[in-house]
Write a protein that binds this ligand. Sequence first.
Ligand code: HDE
Length: 725
Amino acid sequence: MSQEPMRPPGAPGAVPPPREQPTEPGDEKPYPKPDQSAPGPRTATGREVETQPDARAQAGDRLTTAQGVPLRETDHSLRAGERGPTLLQDHHLREKVMHFDHERIPERVVHARGAAAHGVFRSYGRASSFCCAQFLQADQETPVFVRFSTVLGSRGSADTVRDTRGFAVKFYTQEGNFDLVGNNIPVFFIQDAIKFPDVIHAGKPHPDREIPQAQSAHDTFWDFVSLHTEAQHHTLWNMSDRGIPRSYRTMEGFGVHTFRLVAEDGSTCLAKFHWKPESGVHSLVWEEAQLAAGIDPDLHRRDLADAIESGALPRWTLGVQLFEDGDATFEGIDLLDPTKIVPEELAPVQPLGELVLTRNPSNYFAETEQVAFHAGHFVRGIDATDDPLLQGRLFSYLDTQITRLGGPNFAQIPVNRPHVPVDDMQRDGFHQQGVHQGVAPYRPNSLDGGCPFLAGESGFIDVPAPVPQSSKTRDTPASFSDHFSQPRMFWRSLSPVEQRHTVDAYAFELSKVYEPAIRERQLEQLARIDSQLCEAVAARLGLPVPSADLGADPGPVESSPALSQVGGRWPVAGRRVAVIVTEQSTGVDAVVSALFDEGVVAAVLSDHAGDVRCADDTVVTAERPLTSARSIEFDAIVVGAGDEQLSGPAAESARLMVAEAYRHAKALGFWGAGADRAAEGLGIVPNEAGVVLGPEPTDVMTEIIELLGGHRCWDRDVLAGTPVG
Ligand code: HDE
């Protein structure tokens, strides 16, 4: 009996001949299946918007309800008379308030506070011999979306808290989306994903009073890390300057785990990913970070958006350290242990391409909040290893989106959509956007002409990596048990000023711990890392140094110079300098031009905002009054001195600003006839490191820009605590 084939609804063209057997891929495509991606972007009124493809509402010429009904009124509810009760009949009121009531979605359980930007990744084309991923081949440019974050704080917490920072990059490649979901610290607190809820519960606010917010300086955090010695390495990085970055633009990023790369010929190698910021790795000083948390809790968010808007585009180089695939060890380091790094001196970072952030999101919620990263979003050529932390993450990220984004269709949200056709067999579910065609969302099928076909050789490669011959176990390998030699290496790689900051941080954090036993236990762990570090912190806490019979692990103690972040010179574009002027100043234009020429943002400040007529008869426009500016906004401060100095509230603000910048080792400049007197008037001793004085504005600015290139003037480290190192 012959049977008429069923025609897939909406399918173009003639009905194909019936197929009794499932079809195989081939040149002849019997029935092109209609595109099954989510519907194209439309405004609320159905028009396509070219520049912002996903813009919705506020674009049409008429206000409408969510159903597209034009409205003539939206400010007054429908009432029974001017002073009467509101009527339930007011469907617009009901819809408007209903939608508002549900505007909030659950924040991320970790990394809730973030900022993001769009950009592009340009491959140098040097990976083809070891990785076949399309976006790493020659002449490839790939759009990206990058989200930076803190870990512990809520969505409204401050940017500058001491914490790890997330560094998550979504590559919209031509072979689907690849997410590199990394951090600014190359190691993690735990070696096994099963402990993630524990370390996060310990770091989050105490469950009884819900304090402290976005802090590690409390009992439960230090209780956990002092008991889980594998957490000591990551904790030491957090206590170093890496825990308080100056800006997202000045952070390194790390994939943390070891990944497996596959070449076109099927050969494999292991790799660790690194992001190197082209403007250098810079940090805040702790006092500055604390001030910023109150004065400008959005410091990092603002800095990122302003830099992109001003054209000082943030840039990073993506690099890899490569290792032979095999037993996943390198020079005695277990590559599956995420609490270990491989020093760059042993395995150099090979550059693969450049990331440039070019565009701010146009809607925070739609993009930054709804972006869904997943450590398991791999593409052809990149695969997982057996790192037990990575393996657990492969489960967690999909799972969390179901709660956070309300169902399994989050890949259809505009920011998450791949930039290639999606031809999957996923159907239905909450918030389904696709109007899928066809009747056979299964394989094999004959009804939809066998579509979609399998990709064959061009599909994702599951590396047939050998599985260890073993019994099921909850044990960890012996190679995971050395928890101290790498923190020791990190500590010994820091410069004296970085070591001092680290001691200060431990002293600050542990002095906030109420339970004496926890302070003492953490000191014991420090003793196992380095005796000088332990002694310096113990002295600050007024506690005895733990006895030496702690069985310190032997291990390599060499230092890795690449781990220190001071001592170099970096581009100054995108830095911010306060230019303080009075009516007595001269040469302000020359100062502003000198900064502008280097891409530095100059903020002119005076005793009032608006026009200031200077002594050389030029008129400059002050952006703000001094009374509403603070040092933490700026990387350097320069003052246009005249015969008379500032007085009143503006003078007090200038004095505070200059004093803070002095304490925080920032460059200070004074130009003009009365430069010496101006400096002294603001409490600064001339001839100190990082203080530049002179009559000529251009000479002073040349030196200031030179100092900015070194980031801070550590020769004038007035906050230095107990000397160590
Ligand atoms: Fe995450 N992590 N994580 N993490 N992680 C999340 O996913 C998790 C880990 C990282 O900007 C969550 O969508 C587990 C390491 C970043 O949206 C969640 C484990 C590294 C972001 C989650 C880890 C990271 C997250 C929360 C241990 C560095 C923010 C919301 C096995 C390599 C991404 C979400 C963004 C976010 C789970 C460990 C980086 C719950 C279970 C190691 C940058 O799925």
